[in-house]
Design a protein around this ligand. Structure first.
Ligand code: ADP
Ligand code: MG
Length: 259
C-alpha cells in the first residue's frame, strides 16, 4: 500500500541570525496506512522538527515531504497534531475546546457536533462537556486534547510527548486509550517519546534518531506478539526486555558526542 507519509532525502537547516543549524540530514522514512511508529532519540535530535515538517509548519531545506503521495505545502486537515501541553483555552467549556478545530476550519455542523459528543462519550468525558479545563485532572485534559485532535477526523496523528507530563498510572491508561482509538479508527500515528518502554509498547516500529545532525540511526520492527497486545500488557510479553536492551544500546551511543 502507498505510504500515508513519506520523507525523501530531507534536510532541514534552521537559520537564526548568523548561525545555521543542520537539524535533520538525509531523512528517509515512509509510514504505511494504519501503522503506528515512535521516534526516540536524545534531546535536540530533531524529533519535533520532523513532526513540524510532516505537519506542514516548516518546509524542508532540501528533499521532499509527501502526504498521500502529494508534496506537503502547508497544514492540512488530514493531519492532527497533539502536544505535551494540552493548550486548552481556560475560558471555553470542554465541549467548546473539543470542537475548536472544527470551528476554525468551518466544519462545525450537527453531524460533526454529534461526532464530537460521541468521542467525548467514548473517552469517559460525557459528563464534563459543560465544565471548564481547570475543573479537570491532567489526564482528563489530555483526553480532551485527544478528542479535539480526532474531531476533525484526520487520518494521520502526530503526537509529541503527549503522555510525558502525566503520572505513571494515568500515562499507562492513556497509552491504551490512544492505541485502541487509533487502531479502531484505522488511523496512522507518529509518536515522539523519551520513554523507550512506551515506544515499544505502543508501536509497530521504533525509529532511533541520532543528534548533530539529526538522522536515523536504527529502525526496529516490533514483533507481532508485542505490537498486537494492549500497551499495558505488552510490557509483559516475551521478548520485551530483550528488545528494550537492544534498542537502549543503540540509543546510548546516539547522543552525537562521538563525532
Ligand atoms: P527534539 O524535539 O528532538 O528535542 P528539535 O527538533 O526541537 O529536537 O530540535 C532539533 C535541533 O534544531 C536542535 O539543535 C534545536 O536547538 C534546533 N532548533 C529547533 N527549533 C529551532 C528553531 N525554531 N530555530 C533554530 N533552531 C532550532
Ligand atoms: Mg521535541
Amino acid at each position: 500500500m502507498a505510504p500515508v507519509v513519506e520523507l525523501r532525502d530531507v534536510d532541514l537547516v534552521y537559520v537564526t541570525g548568523r548561525e545555521a543549524v543542520l537539524a535533520l540530514e538525509g531523512m528517509n522514512l515512509a509510514v504505511a496506512p494504519g501503522e503506528f511508529i515512535s521516534l526516540v532519540g536524545p534531546s535536540g535530535c530533531g524529533k519535533t522538527t520532523l513532526l513540524s515538517l510532516i505537519a506542514g509548519l516548516i518546509p524542508p531545506s532540501s528533499g521532499e515531504v509527501l502526504l498521500h503521495g502529494r508534496p506537503v505545502v502547508g497544514p492540512s486537515p488530514e493531519v492532527g497534531y497533539m502536544l505535551q501541553q494540552d493548550y486548552l483555552f481556560p475560558w471555553r467549556s470542554i465541549l467548546g475546546n473539543a470542537q475548536l478545530g472544527l470551528e476554525l476550519t468551518g466544519r462545525l455542523n450537527n453531524e460533526t457536533m454529534d461526532f464530537v459528543l460521541e468521542l467525548l462519550d467514548g473517552m469517559g468525558l460525557a459528563d464534563t462537556a459543560k465544565l471548564h479545563p481547570n475543573q479537570l485532572s491532567g489526564g482528563m485534559r489530555q483526553r480532551v486534547a485527544l478528542v479535539r485532535t480526532l474531531a476533525t477526523n484526520p487520518d494521520l496523528l502526530l503526537l509529541d510527548e503527549p503522555f510525558s507530563a502525566l503520572d505513571y498510572q494515568t500515562k499507562l491508561q492513556l497509552e491504551d486509550l490512544v492505541v485502541d482509538t487509533l487502531k479502531q479508527r484505522k488511523k496512522t500515528g507518529v509518536l515522539v517519546t523519551h520513554d523507550l518502554s512506551e515506544a515499544i509498547a505502543v508501536s509497530d516500529r521504533v525509529i532511533v534518531l541520532a543528534a548533530k545532525p539529526g538522522r536515523i540511526k536504527g529502525i526496529f520492527d516490533i514483533p507481532d506478539n508485542i505490537a498486537r497486545t494492549q500497551p499495558f500488557f505488552a510490557r509483559k510479553e516475551t521478548g520485551f526486555n530483550e528488545l528494550f536492551h537492544e534498542i537502549w544500546r543503540e540509543l546510548e551511543d546516539s547522543d552525537g558526542k562521538e563525532g
